[in-house]
Design a protein around this ligand. Structure first.
Ligand code: PEP
Ligand code: MN
Length: 357
C-alpha cells in the first residue's frame, strides 16, 4: 500500500491563496544592512515572504558557511519592520531549535539534507509537537522515493503544513542548467499527493539570472503553486550564488510579466481532447502489445537457430532509423531514444523468457 500524507492547508497569515505564492530573498544573510536593504525593497514591491540562508551548506570547506545564529535577529527585524513572513533553511535539530526560538515562520530542508534520511529524521524528531510550515526541497539526486520519504518522515512527526520545493537535480548531462529540472518528478509527486503545494526554485535550477523568467513561466504553465527566487540588493557582490541572484526590481519585472493560467478543471473542449488522448493511448497499448507478440515469435526463431537474443547491429539500426524519423515528426531525439530503449528492454525481457522456456 502506498503511504499517504495527512495535510492541512498552509494557512500562512496575511498570504492570499493565489498563484504564484512567492518566497524571495538573498541566498545568504550576509550583513544586517544587506538583509534589511533587500527586505525593504522586496516588501515595497509586494513580496510577502522573505527568505535568507542563515546556515549555508557548502560543497567545500572554507567557503562562506552562513552567519549562523548571529543573523537570526536580522530576520526578526525584517518581520517587525516590513511585516513579511520569514523563511530559512534548517539542517540539524540545533538549527530547528534556534530558528523556532527566533520566531522564523517557515522552515525549509535543503537539497543536500533531504537526500539523507538520518538528517531528515533528526529534524522531524526535533519538530515533534510543533505546528510550523515546512518545505522540503527535492534531494540533489533524482530520486522521488527519497523526496517522498522525507515528506512522510516530517508528516509522521505531526507536521501537516507541508510543501515541496522543486530546485532541480544534479545531472552529468545537464549543460544548460545548474540542476536539471526533470519536470516529470515534481509532476509525479503532485500525482501522488494532489493537495501538497509545490513551489519551483528557478534560481538553483538555472544557476543563471537569464533562466529565472523562462523557468518560472514553465512552472506556472505546469500548474505549480509558487516560486522561490533568490534576490539580493547587490547580486554581483553576493557571498554565495552571485550568478543566480537578481535585484528586487528585476524580480518585480519578472513576476509582472508572468502569464498565470487558471488551473481550474476541464472545460467541454478540453474533455473532448482528453477523450482523443485516451483513444490514442489505447491504440498505442494495442500496437505495443502486437509488437511484443512479434518479438516473442522472433525469440522462438532465435531459439530454434541457436541465435543470441540481442543482435546489436539490428538494435542500432532501429535506434538510428526511428530517431531520425522522430525528429522529422517534430519530436526530441532524446525522447525517441528513451522510448526505444524502454521498448527494446521490455522486448529483450520477453525474448529471454521464451528462450528459457
Ligand atoms: C538555498 O536555497 O540557498 C540552497 C542552499 O538551496 P539547495 O538546498 O536547493 O541547494
Ligand atoms: Mn543559494
Amino acid at each position: 500500500m502506498e503511504l499517504d500524507l495527512e495535510l492541512k492547508e498552509l494557512a500562512l497569515p496575511g498570504i492570499e491563496k493565489k498563484r504564484p505564492m512567492v518566497i524571495a530573498g538573498p541566498c545568504s544573510a550576509e550583513t544586517e544592512e544587506q538583509v534589511m536593504d533587500t527586505a525593504k525593497q522586496l516588501a515595497n514591491n509586494g513580496i510577502k515572504i522573505f527568505r535568507a540562508g542563515v546556515w549555508k551548506p557548502r560543497t567545500k570547506p572554507g567557503g562562506f558557511e552562513g552567519k549562523g545564529a548571529e543573523a537570526l535577529p536580522w530576520m526578526q527585524r525584517v518581520k517587525a519592520e516590513t511585516g513579511m513572513l520569514t523563511a530559512t533553511e534548517v539542517a540539524t535539530p540545533e538549527h530547528v531549535e534556534a530558528a523556532l526560538a527566533a520566531g522564523i515562520d517557515i522552515l525549509w530542508i535543503g537539497a543536500r539534507t533531504s537526500a539523507n534520511p538520518f538528517s531528515v529524521q533528526a529534524i522531524a524528531d526535533a519538530l515533534k509537537g510543533v505546528d510550523v510550515p515546512v518545505f522540503i526541497k527535492n534531494p540533489v539526486n533524482p530520486d522521488i522515493e527519497l523526496w517522498t520519504g522525507a515528506l512522510l518522515r516530517l508528516n509522521s512527526a505531526g507536521i501537516q503544513r507541508l510543501g515541496a520545493i522543486h530546485r532541480g537535480f544534479s545531472s552529468v548531462d545537464s549543460k544548460l542548467y545548474r540542476n536539471a529540472p526533470m519536470w516529470h518528478l515534481p509532476i509525479e509527486l503532485k500525482r501522488r499527493f494532489p493537495s501538497l503545494p509545490i513551489i519551483t526554485d528557478p534560481s538553483h535550477m538555472g544557476g543563471r539570472r537569464d533562466l529565472i523568467a523562462p523557468l518560472s513561466q514553465q512552472a506556472m504553465d505546469l500548474g505549480f503553486e509558487g516560486l522561490m527566487i533568490e534576490s539580493h540588493c547587490n547580486p554581483d557582490c553576493a557571498w554565495s550564488d552571485a550568478k543566480q541572484q537578481v535585484l528586487p526590481e528585476v524580480l518585480d519585472f519578472i513576476l509582472d510579466r508572468l502569464v498565470i493560467r487558471d488551473s481550474v478543471e476541464a472545460t467541454e473542449s478540453i474533455s473532448q481532447l482528453r477523450k482523443q488522448i485516451d483513444e490514442l493511448d489505447n491504440n498505442l497499448m494495442e500496437l505495443l502489445s502486437k509488437r511484443m507478440r512479434v518479438s516473442r515469435e522472433i525469440a522462438a526463431y532465435k531459439k530454434l537457430h541457436n541465435m543470441t537474443v540481442v543482435q546489436t547491429a539490428r538494435y542500432s539500426e532501429i535506434l538510428d532509423k526511428r530517431g531520425a524519423q522522430g525528429v522529422l515528426c517534430g519530436m526530441n531525439a532524446d525522447f525517441i531514444k528513451t522510448v526505444y530503449e524502454a521498448i527494446h528492454s521490455e522486448s529483450v525481457r520477453q525474448q529471454i523468457e521464451i528462450i528459457n522456456k
